[in-house]
Design a protein around this ligand. Sequence first.
Ligand code: ASP
Length: 356
Amino acid sequence: MSADGTNALVRQTAQFLHLYRPPAIEGDFKRKHIISVEQFRRDDLDELFHTTQTLRERVAAGDRELSRLGEGRLMASLFFESSTRTDMSFQAAMQRLGGAVVSASNGVKFSSVYKGENLADTVRAAGCYADLVVIRHPEIGSSYEAAYYLDRLNERIVTPTTVISGGDGAGEHPTQALLDLFTIIDLKQGLQGLTITLVGDLTYGRTVHSLAKLIARYGAEDVKLCFVSPPSLRMPDSVIDFLNQHEIAFHETDDLFEVLPETNVVYWTRIQQERFIRQADYDAVHDNFILTPGVLNQAPRDVILMHPLPRKHEMGTPNDHDILDQNPRAVYFQQMENGMFVRMALLAKVLGLEGV
Ligand code: ASP
């Protein structure tokens, strides 16, 4: 597609940020589209995380009843952008609950998208066949667009469909934030008094946008956020405004060592190379923050190290990866597994499954 064509698409999709407002959960998840962390309040999160804990215990205990709960329910997987953990954990979550997954054979690239079909029509096709659609797309606003069209479609079909965002361009990644927050609370017994430091690409990293906002929604006392990035990759104003509205303390810096000694949770991220328009801008920053085992040693003993993954050279060499992986402070594999349990809980609640 030409550069102009791409820009036209971006504009068209972004308008749905204004046309569609995601519903507040307010204690009732059933059939609500999950698009933004702004939909959740503290009670909703406590309830979701309680269900997550229960499901985790039931899976660990080999509870076979679980696979009856979602029998006959269908989830469509629509990934317009690459994914390993989000896609697989949603599929695993649905199947562990006894539901099934449909997707275009050989992925969305070989669906009618290949013939030039637009997002709305592709989403509506999935909506006609499945009870729930998980979507990831490179444009900000794509999951809003999906929700907008599904609401209209649902008035005309017999199997209404809900959408869950699996990553909305450089905007939000709500379910990643849910699993990240669950992991922090699980390992630190709450958020109270924690200093949580988010490092790397804070401009294009959708996981950090959602996590910072979700922590604000959770609203623990004395929690402090530190944002460490090159000046050109600082947290967007929209997130900063949200934190100010929620009166949460935060500090921005480009000096990791200023905040590392007081950090309890360090959340490292990859520079999002695919979002840069100019290669020179990426080249200027891509080596800025590299977490080696030596850097981690400068954090307090009880720090936990998180990363949404995939990781590249921002965690040093393959040898550094091996050393970090053996460090009990590195919790990204627990974080990854929790992703499946949080998504099981969310699917169960959005689909209204009995017995969870
Ligand atoms: N997997 C995460 C995402 O989809 C983080 C990343 O790609 O760096 O946003």
